[in-house]
Design a protein around this ligand. Structure first.
Ligand SMILES: [Zn+2]
Length: 113
């Protein structure tokens, strides 16, 4: 897949409120980067998949230095990790919890509902 084509596919998936994950058809490796070659095996046989749900892998709560309390979560999508702000219920925030992708004002966030 050419870079331009890959970027169009990433944007199309973002516009549908999903997170784009590139999957290598040769070795199965998944990553969240618009790259034309697999970083593991070098294959150019790639496809882009849109994910609407993932699992919290890690998170951090930032209470100082920003105008408002900010929660950053690292979400696992079948092995590919993506970082974004969490806007869901604080009581549901835990490693291993399922989260959904939401798009607001052109940005991607994760939430528990
Ligand atoms: Zn590969």
């Amino acid at each position: 897949m050419e870079l331009e084509e890959l970027l169009k596919e990433y944007n199309r998936i973002y516009e549908n409120g999903l997170v784009p994950i590139t999957r290598c058809r040769a070795c199965g490796y998944k990553f969240h980067m618009p790259r034309t070659r697999c970083p593991r095996c070098g294959s150019t046989n790639l496809e882009v998949i849109g994910y609407g749900e993932g699992t919290i892998y890690s998170y951090t709560i930032i209470e100082r230095g920003l105008p408002t309390k900010t929660i950053v979560v690292l979400v696992d999508f079948d092995g590919a990790k993506v970082k974004a702000n969490y806007v869901g219920d604080l009581n549901a925030l835990r490693i291993g919890a399922r989260v959904r992708v939401v798009r607001r004002d052109g940005n991607i966030y994760f939430t528990n509902y």
